[in-house]
Design a protein around this ligand. Structure first.
Ligand code: KPL
Length: 299
């Protein structure tokens, strides 16, 4: 399969390196990482291994492929959608944190757009080197239950490259469950400079569990069947599997980059307000991270 990865950050590079073992991959990114991949190839280390030479470019305009996998930060989705619209793809898969990304892509594109989640731990160690710090899972599907054959083909392509992948016909619930996990882990670990496993124990666990419970409540108000027990079990499972990992938001804060707070705790707040609900823990976490961003001139 010909696959373009839009967003050569840590997750995009991990997925791109794994896929390049079996498929014809082009990485689209912006920094010295792309120069290194162009010159020396891409090395995937840790729990998944690969030494591959995908094409790499900083210009994503006008590309054509069977599949585009979008891994850019959620706040870059509108820009990625405009660029993708200048190319030609059989299908697009959003593999991003937060909610609403595939809707933004679908509004700009004519091809089928699939939604997905990924719980692999990934860290960019050096330009051209990405480490898989925790085996996770990719879950993908069409949010509205159409395009099942395309989702199956994409799932098979991911599995053939050694990525644990489930094709789901219940994506809205999967996306809300992932959001509930990210709402519990990301801001707490970013603000406290801790690994994901910190949310399993006191004192951080109260905060994380409260953010996750609030998210599950908002999901139910939005018509998604997600009990507090299920959301908390997902939080515990991901935090346990990725206990030694650095969350993507902590990586952003460490690198003094803008975070995905608006698409995670901020999104929960937005939907809570629309449903007349309170979400005080998500409100406090979002306020703290947004204050940090403002202090750094990032918003
Ligand atoms: O998605 C993640 C992230 O870091 O954004 C988790 C699941 C928390 C893994 O680190």
């Amino acid at each position: 399969m010909e696959i373009v990865i839009f967003g050569a950050g840590s997750l995009g590079s991990l997925v791109g390196a794994a896929l390049a073992r079996e498929h014809d991959v082009t990485l689209v990114g912006r920094d010295d990482h792309i120069d290194a991949v162009r010159e020396c190839g891409l090395v995937l280390e840790g729990e998944l291994e690969a030494d591959v030479a995908p094409r790499a470019t900083t210009d994503g305009a006008g590309l054509a492929a069977d599949l585009a996998v979008v891994t850019v930060k959620s706040y870059d989705t509108p820009r990625a959608a405009d660029t993708l619209a200048t190319g030609a793809f059989e299908a697009v898969l959003s593999l991003q944190n937060g909610m609403g990304n595939e809707g933004i892509l679908a509004d700009a594109l004519e091809c089928p757009v699939l939604a997905g989640t990924a719980s692999y731990g990934a860290v960019l160690r050096d330009p051209g080197v990405v480490e898989c710090t925790g085996r996770g899972e990719v879950v993908l599907g069409d949010r509205r239950g159409r395009h099942a054959a395309i989702a199956d083909r994409v799932g098979a392509a991911f599995r053939s490259a050694g990525l644990e992948t489930t094709v789901s016909d219940g994506m809205p619930r999967r996306l809300w469950e992932k959001l509930a996990v990210n709402a519990g882990i990301n801001a707490v670990t970013a603000l406290t400079e801790t690994e994901n496993g910190a949310v399993l124990d006191a004192p951080a666990n109260d905060l994380a569990r409260s953010a996750t419970r609030e998210t599950a409540r908002v999901a139910r108000a939005e018509g998604v069947v997600l009990s507090n027990r299920e959301a908390l079990a997902a939080l515990e499972a991901v935090a346990t599997e990725t206990a030694a990992n650095t969350s993507s938001m902590r990586q952003d804060v460490r690198a003094e980059r803008r975070t995905e707070i608006d698409a995670i705790n901020g999104y929960v707040l937005e939907r809570a307000a629309a449903r007349g609900l309170e979400a005080p823990t998500n409100r406090a976490l979002a306020a703290l991270v947004r204050t940090w961003e403002r202090g750094r001139g990032l918003r």
